[in-house]
Design a protein. Sequence first.
Length: 146
Amino acid sequence: MNRRGRSGRAVRGFTLIELVVVLALIGLLSAVVVPRLYTALVAVTTRTQLESLVAQLDLLAYRSFALGVPLQLDDKSLAKVLPDGEPVLAVPAGWRVATPRPIHVALTGFCEGGTVNITAPDGASFTVRLSAPTCRAVVETDATPG
């Protein structure tokens, strides 16, 4: 780093080789770290969106009681707007939600129970069971690919 120039004084600085080696190391580290960070970000986003869907399912009985309207959860009624201005279930873009049979929630908040199949944009599939009488949502199957 310190060398003597023509005048005999110390010259400070880095050689071109030192700079190239440092830049190569930074490039290698970023080539390894960035893809892993992206994968972790996608996994966290998927998990967060799944938890949001499960929380919405968990609140179906309460929403029905609070709004004083019966609810039906099936493939066709997911986007139906309720009196509170929100859909029955706000499904994130790219996600698919299906019910093998319609799930009915009475205006008293009583829920018949049933199963909801959720598929994430990356192909991961989840089975959520809603248990009667409160529509308590529990993720039974977590078949995340990879």
